[in-house]
Write a protein that binds this ligand. Structure first.
Ligand code: ADP
Length: 437
């Protein structure tokens, strides 16, 4: 081979999953004034090649994930990388391997183990335009072999993905079953503690917490009662979201007066009792026709929405709840649209408009996802009515699960999040009145 001057500091990308090989090649070439960049697999190599635009790429062939042939074929399809010479450096030395590498798009082929004495010159030659060739006939033959190899690799990958997916689904089912079971088991003792704490309060003659001397039996039992009430709420939320996710939430259908359950939910939250000064306005709730649904579950939807409206609206402001009858399903904005009510015409839309901190458009689709909360968890308080109080991010996903189980829609409108200018948020719930057919 004729002596050739190495191109000074030419960037060489070496893609190989074996760190020992990478170290050896790096040392050999760095000594020769090349700059070597390493990637440990095909995908990482493709990414690095796109930022680096190296002068030459050395490609191991046997690699997990995308192998060297596939990575080379992919490189050839990226216009700004297609011209870079690719040299296969491989332990695959059986007859036909060289031709296969060239058919896949490589410009050269160096068998492993590499010869440390000649290797730098070999690289120099490829950098100076050396290009291995095969006859057109051979190329055709090996291309068709390569195609077959690709299809069988694709088949293997699909089978492996399907197996992994089945495994994940099984694990997910085991996890959901466990959560449902654990929550059920927790509910029994919680109900008992709840009942006994109430009894204790009764015995102490202290059902009203106001003015109870601190440390008295009445005061202590009231504290136990309040804590268990919150614990019960959290356990129920976890149980409900698991039932919704597993599509196992059972609904008891009966005629439901939405106006009544909304007012009951607000009264239960009773912000005034917690020294909150908010005004609530009801519009059009008194003459709504009954819908057929699960009254307890639907009350929970409005309880969750109202609890948020109260938590995120500072004192001195207002919440307005409006009911409207509509003849056709509403035009729900795309991120919130749920293709579940195609068979329904009209229904009732309830809107809950608060004058609180608002929700940024970027956060709006996410807040309906499990465990998503925009609040800083460092300031987390589990109060359902205190300003800024937070939950575990299950209120809206549960509300959405219940509304969708009723073939309804739920969505939000808010211009921005701003605790100073208070742009407010309006949550909408559409519940259908009857089947089209
Ligand atoms: P959490 O249990 O944390 O209240 P939710 O699912 O009910 O969970 O709400 C998720 C997040 O959506 C909240 O943490 C809050 O950031 C935001 N959010 C919900 N309702 C409102 C509202 N009315 N005003 C402002 N932000 C809200």
């Amino acid at each position: 081979m004729t002596e050739q001057t190495p191109i000074p500091k030419a960037d060489i990308l070496y893609i190989d999953d074996d760190p020992t090989n990478r170290t050896l090649v790096n040392r050999l070439l760095t000594n020769q004034q090349f700059k070597v960049w390493e990637a440990e697999n095909g995908l990482a190599g493709l990414e690095l090649a796109q930022t680096l635009h190296p002068a030459l790429i050395l490609m191991d062939i046997n690699m997990p994930g995308l192998d060297g042939h596939e990575t080379t074929t992919r490189l050839r399809s990226i216009p700004e990388l297609a011209h870079i010479p690719v040299v296969a450096v491989t332990a695959r030395t059986t007859p036909g391997e060289r031709e296969l590498a060239l058919a896949a798009g490589c410009d050269g082929y160096i068998p492993k183990p590499i010869n440390v004495d000649t290797f730098p010159d070999q690289i120099s030659a490829y950098l100076h335009g050396k290009h291995d060739t095969i006859s057109a006939e051979e190329r055709q033959r090996y291309l068709s072999l390569y195609n077959q190899k690709l299809v069988s690799r694709l088949e293997e990958k699909i089978i492996a993905l399907e197996e992994a997916n089945t495994k994940l689904q099984n694990i997910d089912k085991i996890k959901s079953d466990f959560i449902i079971l654990a929550a059920h088991e927790l509910r029994t003792p919680i109900t008992l503690i709840y009942g006994y704490a109430r009894l204790l309060q009764l015995k102490a003659g202290a059902l009203s917490e106001d003015g109870l001397p601190e440390g008295s039996v009445g005061d202590l039992s009231a504290r136990i009662f309040n804590s268990v009430y919150r614990l019960n709420h959290t356990v129920n939320d976890i149980l409900n979201i698991s039932l919704i996710a597993a599509d196992e939430m059972a609904l008891t259908y009966e005629p439901v007066n939405l106006g009544d359950i909304i007012k009951a939910a607000y009264n239960d939250l009773n912000p005034a009792k917690n020294d909150r000064t908010l005004t609530v306005g009801y519009k059009g709730l008194d003459n709504l026709p009954p819908i057929i649904g699960d009254s307890q579950r639907l009350q929970q939807v409005f309880w969750n929405l109202l609890s948020n409206a109260i938590k995120y609206t500072p004192d001195g402001n207002s919440i307005v709840i409006t009911g409207n009858i509509v003849d056709a399903p509403p035009a729900v904005p795309p991120p919130f649209y749920h293709a579940g009510n195609a068979n329904f015409n009209g229904g009732i839309i309830i809107s809950i408009k608060d004058s609180g901190i608002g929700i940024s458009p970027a956060d709006q689709p996410q807040i309906f996802e499990q465990f998503y909360t925009t609040a800083n968890t460092a300031y987390h308080s589990s109060s359902k009515v205190a300003v800024g109080g937070g939950g575990i991010g299950l209120g809206l996903p549960i509300a959405r699960g219940i509304v969708q189980a009723h073939h309804g829609q739920i969505w939000v409108e808010s211009l921005a999040h701003n605790p100073h200018t208070l742009p407010g948020s309006t949550f909408f719930v559409f519940l259908p009145l009857g089947d089209k057919s």
